[in-house]
Design a binder for this molecule. Structure first.
Ligand code: HXC
Length: 527
């Protein structure tokens, strides 16, 4: 009888405990409560958990640290504890591939970062590195939890440290879906790619009030650090979207292009399409007049798998185009001078943009395909005083350091130092092709004639006619790909319609390329 009683009581107690757990889980899912959830929705924002539901494959999310609470006791915080402490952390899958995530919950103390909130983020970062899978952070936070003081600042530093240590080991993606201000901006800045939502997100080191006090400038949060400002002016964000749903859809698509970690290749989708009729028009994209612009993206799209181009930094430094694409289903990185913007010159912003993209691709085993049509570096005091020497060197260094398969296609101009910088063979490119329209020389024929035939032009009866004659002579000699081909500086002159097959065969040939850098602690890129 006694034995039966004990068994019965344990079972009842067990049932209570199970219910208790279920209640606790539900309570934690409420975050800061219904009123704050409604406020979040009224601003056009989803909650932290709703966002994870859209980001990850259905039913794949496993939470870690759901019951973690802060330990602070100042300013009445001991009476304001919400399980999870303002950030939902864990792992799940996107298209079946493992991903680690954190999603800040603005309804809990404004998503502010406490000591324990930071520790939860660090925990998933450590798991992501140990298990070799990307980390995606959904940021929506009022910054350091003001009531906690310095421990919160130390928490940020713990995250920055891990962002840096994980750089080049696993891909790190930041999605800014609300405020991100003060030192908090530096975690996203240390990650590989930033996505921002228009109108509801902003990033700045100091907000409009501080700006007004210090510089007397009047500026709104949106103008100072909204998605548009960072997409067009600063280049801080790589992608923008009009709302939470769209941004999460873009992130899901984006991760299909990247590998899980630095020891793996990007996944190969089972199917790809290539409409070969595109190649019938590729030769007509370049205008007859070599001074006229054309959109290099048209050339890129003729060569890569259909619908596979994902441009990065689309609205920033438009004179260089960078982005991911696929060739026979496998991810490549594309870097291309863009003649419709500043004639495709390399300037400070383009050099930094290109350099950073090349380094991501190299760190994560993504082969590089370069389309070159570059008249040189942009002259001027603005460029020189803002460091075109150092910035141009960043792009040069990034290419020269890259050990992934690298192919260059010169469509038209390849002049001066910019020719060397844009993945030339001498800085380690594996295959360099040129179209018959390529012009590979120290400089354009007009300027070259003016310098080397200066005396003859001056002495001529009709200096203008002489100049034109000498310009034509120089152009005849160098405004073609054959001098470079004779010297083996390029590997082959190809017809535009042969580009796809040459690139496909080239990357296949380079599939097992194995090159390593000399042993060192790390290089010293001109930052
Ligand atoms: C604690 C915070 C908080 C914070 C917001 N809250 N920010 N609690 N620490 N940093 C709380 C609010 O008290 C409020 O609580 C709730 O979050 C929502 O905030 P609201 O102000 O009502 O929301 P909203 O009007 O949308 O304004 C959002 C905001 C504003 C612009 C982010 O809250 C704000 O300015 N917060 C402070 C930002 C800041 O200065 N942070 C420190 C930055 S320095 P209730 O209970 O009312 O819902 C920093 C240093 C990092 O982060 C350094 C790293 C090296």
């Amino acid at each position: 009888m006694k034995i039966y009683y004990l068994w019965h009581s344990d079972k009842r107690r067990g049932m209570d405990r199970n219910q208790d757990l279920k209640d606790k889980r539900e309570a934690s899912k409420l975050g800061g409560g219904q009123a704050r959830v409604e406020k979040q929705h009224a601003q056009g924002k989803l909650t932290a958990r709703e966002r994870l539901t859209l980001l990850l494959d259905e039913g794949s999310f496993h939470e870690v640290g759901q019951f973690v609470e802060h330990r602070a006791t100042s300013f009445g915080l001991e009476k304001n504890k919400i399980p999870g402490d303002g950030v939902v952390t864990g792992y799940g899958t996107i298209h079946g591939r493992l991903i680690y995530v954190f999603s800040q919950d603005f309804t809990v103390l404004g998503g502010s970062l406490s000591e324990t909130h930071a520790a939860k983020i660090c925990r998933v970062m450590d798991m992501a590195v140990k298990n070799g899978a990307p980390l995606i952070g959904l940021n929506d936070s009022g910054g350091a939890r003001i009531q906690e003081g310095v421990v919160s600042l130390a928490g940020y530093a713990d995250i920055f440290y891990r962002n840096t240590r994980a750089s080049g080991v696993i891909p790190q993606i930041s999605v800014i879906m609300g405020p991100c201000a003060g030192g908090a901006v530096y975690s996203p800045a240390l990650t590989d790619f930033i996505f921002m939502v228009e109108d509801t997100s902003y990033m700045f080191v100091t907000g409009p009030n501080v700006v007004k006090t210090v510089t007397h400038e009047e500026v709104t949060s949106e103008d100072l650090g909204g998605a548009k400002a960072h997409a067009e002016k600063s280049g801080v964000t790589h992608f923008t979207a009009s709302n939470d749903v769209e941004v999460l859809r873009k992130v899901r698509d984006f991760v299909t292009f990247i590998p899980q970690n630095a020891n793996e290749l990007a996944p190969e989708p089972s199917l790809y399409n290539f409409n070969a009729s595109k190649l019938k028009t590729i030769g007509t994209i370049l205008p007859d007049n070599n001074q006229l612009p054309y959109d290099i993206r048209k050339v890129v799209k003729c060569v890569i798998d259909d619908e596979s181009f994902r441009e990065v930094h689309e609205d920033y430094a438009k004179n260089i185009v960078v982005g991911f694409a696929r060739i026979e289903g496998r991810t490549i990185g594309v870097i291309a001078n863009q003649p419709i913007a500043l004639a495709g010159v390399l300037d400070n912003d383009a050099s930094r943009k290109g350099g950073r993209f090349v380094r991501f691709c190299d760190a994560f085993n993504i082969p590089l395909l370069v389309f070159e049509d570059v008249p040189g570096f942009l002259p001027g005091t603005d460029q020189e005083w803002n460091g075109i020497i150092t910035n141009g060197a960043k792009l040069l260094y990034a290419f020269a350091e890259a050990t992934v398969p690298r192919i260059t296609v010169i469509t038209r101009k390849a002049y001066g130092g910019a020719f060397d910088v844009m993945n030339s063979k001498s800085i380690g490119a594996d295959l360099n092709f040129a179209w018959p329209t390529a012009e590979i020389a120290v400089m354009g024929a007009k300027g070259a004639a003016e310098i080397i035939f200066k005396r003859e032009i001056k002495a001529a009866e009709d200096p203008q006619a002489k100049w034109l004659e000498k310009e034509a002579e120089y152009a005849e000699m160098f405004a073609n790909p054959y001098r470079a081909a004779e010297r083996g500086i390029i590997d082959d002159v190809i017809l535009p319609e042969e580009t796809r097959e040459k690139v496909v065969a080239g990357f296949k040939m380079l599939e097992n390329k194995a090159e390593s850098l000399p042993k060192k602690k790390h290089g010293n890129i001109p930052l």
